[in-house]
Design a protein around this ligand. Structure first.
Ligand SMILES: C[S@@+](CC[C@H](N)C(=O)[O-])C[C@H]1O[C@@H](n2cnc3c(N)ncnc32)[C@H](O)[C@@H]1O
Length: 274
């Protein structure tokens, strides 16, 4: 039988997304807790109030709530939100009370002012904001939603304009007899448009079923090299750069905001006077 190709958006398949991205969840959550411990100034609370913009399948929201934090997530995708809410409903009552999901956009979300200890946006999700105006709008809203001294953790792949290469990444996730193979191809970043084109093929094999389901997605992302990212951050004076790490997500492993390697996690702190 010829495998069918579904050209729809992979975010319409939250279960497959959740399986494909489950592996790094615990390490990312450990890192976020280490960031809170290491970079927060002033009064530290053991249990943090956290916002995750573009929260996807809710994998990190659920993990942080399981660790005792209060977490709000939002996303543009209704299937992702439905899946997240269903998973939240499976938590014990004390966890369910500490979680909320709503539909909103990163560039226009509204939230309580001076409220959160931590906002995080990992996995290059920030690059879905396709213009400088959208990126600035998002960061300003985030700064307003953070309390003084609160932290914004931004993880992105930087562009390498000098050595443009087509990048291919493959990873596999497996759960409950469902194996998801994820192939992502990223085109060379274009410094004139500040865009890179991405395509992803999800191949899903269910135990005992011979056919392989295929889901193909194409999208564009905004690109940043180190100086472009520095300039963006400087345009939101409420934030200072507290530290930089990489996708190993280890608090003891720091790096500079430069072009020496592509993966970077920048920890921004809302100034106490902001
Ligand atoms: C790579 S996933 C990241 C999900 C989650 N943060 C995680 O770490 O697993 C990107 C998510 O961004 C959402 N998204 C894309 N553009 C968005 C926007 N402008 N506003 C809100 N959500 C958006 C998608 O629906 C998707 O769920």
């Amino acid at each position: 039988m010829t495998p069918s190709v579904d050209a729809s958006d992979w975010y319409r398949h939250p279960l497959y997304y959740d399986i494909a991205f489950a592996e790094g969840t615990r390490e990312e959550a450990d890192f976020l807790e280490a960031v809170l411990e290491h970079y927060q100034q002033g009064k530290r609370r053991k249990k943090a109030t956290i916002l995750e913009p573009a929260s996807g399948s809710g994998r990190l929201v659920i993990e942080m709530v399981r660790r005792g934090h209060r977490v709000d997530g939002f996303d543009i995708s209704l299937p992702m939100l439905r899946y997240s809410r269903r998973r939240a409903g499976e938590l014990p009552a004390e966890g369910r009370d500490q979680i909320s999901f709503r539909r909103s956009r990163m560039q226009s979300f509204r939230g309580p002012r001076n409220h959160f200890d931590l906002i995080h946006c990992l996995l290059s999700t920030f690059k879905y904001l396709l213009t400088e105006e959208e990126a600035i709008s998002h960061l300003r809203r985030a700064a307003s939603a953070l309390r003084s001294g609160g932290l914004y953790v931004l993880g992105i792949h930087l562009a390498n304009y000098r050595h443009p290469v087509r990048d291919h990444e493959q990873w596999i996730g497996e759960r409950d007899g469902i194996r998801v193979t994820c192939d992502t191809i990223t085109s060379p970043a274009d410094p004139s448009t500040r865009l890179e084109q991405l395509s992803n093929l999800l191949r899903v094999k269910r135990q005992g079923i011979r056919t392989v389901e295929k889901i193909e997605t194409h999208w564009a992302c905004r690109t940043y090299d180190a100086s472009e990212l520095r300039r963006l951050i400087a345009s939101v004076p409420a934030f200072e750069i507290a530290g930089c790490h990489d996708f190993a997500h280890r608090i003891g492993c720091t790096r500079l905001l430069d072009d020496s390697k592509e993966d970077i996690v920048v920890v921004l702190r809302k100034g106490v006077m902001s």
